[in-house]
Unconditional design. Sequence first.
Length: 849
Amino acid sequence: MARYEPSQSEALWQKAWADAEVFRARRDESKRKYYVLEMFPYPSGRIHMGHVRNYTMGDVVARTKIAQGYSVLHPMGWDAFGMPAENAAMERGGHPKTWTYGNIADMKAQMRPLGLSIDWTREFATCDPEYYGQQQAMFIDMMAAGLVYRKNAVVNWDPVDMTVLANEQVIDGRGWRSGAMVERRELTQWFFKISDYSEELLTALDGLKDWPEKVRIMQANWIGQSRGLQFAFETKGAPQGFERLEVYTTRPDTLMGASFAAISPDHPLARALEAGNPAVAAFVAECRRIGTSEEALEKAEKRGLDTGITVRHPLDQAWELPVYIANFILMDYGTGAIFGCPAHDARDFEFATKYGLSIHSVFVPEGEIDAPLTEAFVPPKSETVHYVRRFAGESVQSGENGVETAIAYCEGHGIGKGVTNYRLRDWGISRQRYWGCPIPVVHCATCGVVPEAKANLPVRLPDDVSFDQPGNPLDRHPTWRDCACPKCGAPARRETDTMDTFVDSSWYYARFTAPHAATPTVAEDVGYWMNVDQYIGGIEHAILHLLYSRFFARAMHKTGHLPAKAIEPFNALFTQGMVTHEIYLTRDAAGRPVYHLPEDVEGGQLKASGEAVEVIPSAKMSKSKKNVVDPVNIIERFGADTARWFILSDSPPERDVEWTAAGAEAAFKFLNRVWLIAERVAEMPVSDAGPGDMDLMRAVHRAIADVTFAIENFAFNKAIAKIYELANTLSRSAASAAAMKVALRAMAQLMSPMVPHLAEEIWHAMGGAGLVVTAPWPEADPALLVEDEVTLPIQINGKRRAEITVPKDMPASEVEKLVLADETVARALAGQPPKKLIVVPGRIVNVVH
RNA sequence: GCGGGCGUGGCGGAAUGGUAGACGCAUGGGACUUAAAAUCCCUCGGGCGCAAGCCCAUGCCGGUUCGAGUCCGGCCGCCCGCACCA
């Protein structure tokens, strides 16, 4: 063996794997399959450490499963549609297509040196017509299945650029480029009926045992099932057609605490009033400037306008409540109208205080009396309270009971009905943009809205478009819109909306099973490969991407593109943390921060000038703060194995990991050390079995058991710690050459998922047969794992005071005798019997006195 | 604002409710070297003590328990998401 030079050897091993086609996924009915998938990247043009972390984790899983004899599918593709390509075209000229495919080529070139176990023959980009054409075919099937419809919905409208803005393009209520105040505008848009599956998507979460609990909770809250009462107020003074006002409430038990009714600025009644009332029109217009995001609405100051209309309280005809238009009422939730009970809702309290509305408690804590409130009293619904303004049920009961008895009472008296509502809204997929999958629909003067004929798919994006002006190039293209109606043949116009890019990423996992098929999926392939056994990605996708994918899998099943077993497409989910780095900055003359790349800083100073830098604690790597480390540079300097080893070693995978130069160097040093151990062993003279052989074998088998367990539980940092221990044992061992070689081969195997190139090198040097990547995963011999003795700490009153070593299976009664005979214990007890003696076999002893 | 998560030495972290700090980094000491680098060995939470040992310590405040970093309640700080960023 020569020096450890990864730049030489890594490429050679990658070629060996490619030549042997070891990562080619094959449908082999005789083997168990394993499908591991990392969330595919957006082709920005550069890979970053977050990608390295994500794909290395997937690679560890994939390589372990290959060694364990599975037929493994580990694909990679590109989430290639989206706004950045259009922005690039606007800023720098060029075409989104050229930009995107160029980026893909660049990123792929940066990824390949990592030595990932990817089957590149399955690669595709979502902007390939071959892919989005199949997506259009499924859209048409979903239309036929009743899962698609059109309705009006509001968008952010930039009145200067005359274009629709994404939420992230609205900054403080203004368009990001024009700076104009953004307006809300209604457009007819395409929707998927995800709400058909609200209950199903909620209840099925219980079956996702291998998903993080937090993701299931977030999804459940997002779906937001609620039980409540829907009823109608009779109105007084409302325009014709608004004699009744439907409201929905989850707290009908607080009806007697009502002090106002409120409607959304987008409510039909508000619109009706707007026409004839300038004050209403002005207020509503102001509300519409807040923007469309729920975050913006919630953060905005709560404001309302008294419409002058009143409603009768359903339980007391003489009781009238004012009707407000309020900026925090969402038209999309419930009926877009509510009644306010300030005593038991924080937002209503704030509102009532502001507008001088009455505040009456409906219930008080048990044992307390009714008194004026300084803030809303909102106990958990499960808590028992004393109802002081009650119309149904017991006077002392839980909120839950209160709600149910109130619903029963109202239903019995003809006031509304109990309903189950969901917060989840239908999925609006229309985008007024070019770089997305065209919605395959035609507008015909006689036939109306008609799906394109499947024979005409894909509906391709035209190449001859310009981005010199804002707005949708498809809309202003001279000829692209012109087509023939697929139904009657008359001249017709194409839909110019394209699809939300979340649609693209909602089924790519299924497409990987047959990436180039002439149908969206192939029954044999999805039958064999689905489901994804392990999905890995960022926690930022906990709700939308994963929920849309779960819906889409169901829609694909309904339209015959996925088997029933695949309606939950991801068996196990792992959400990894971010990669962070310290931030380095100096100040310019005006005191503004000037950021510096880590590679330009050494020892707290700029390399170039020696100027001292300020160091800000680690944050997510971002270009704007320049706290980025380019994986390409790291690989050039240390090799891919060092990058992979370090990114896995320093933090638990679900937490953020801080990239540090010292850590990367330490990783490199360790790999060197392993290399040197191997070199020494390779040169050891052959000898008979030595006295240290047995101890070494015990350590090896302990490591096999621990590392395997750690990998299977996504504790890669702990797997690496165990490998460090084994390396320490190995370098101190006095075992024979033969035993050392066996141990090193095992260590190479255990290391191979993380540092596959070095592992091949060592495996080869230690006389391993073939490639380590395909060598069967080692199994721990249980006989070598058993310990004969255990050391038990002895606590006295919960504090560790002594310890005893006893045979592993000594009965508790025997242990007790030994403990009581212990000098420290005897001294502490001073002749008294212990109050309590707790023996946890194999773990601990606690003497209480 | 709402929903979810996280918080342990100088640093990254380890710890089925059972010895807090595995493993690694940094620091300090030593070996090797003319010297340095590399490598190897030892030390390494804080305080008191000659020592045996004792006390304090897992963001803060309380609670449950023989025993709490771990479970429960309340705060503080940071991070993720909020439906047109991907």
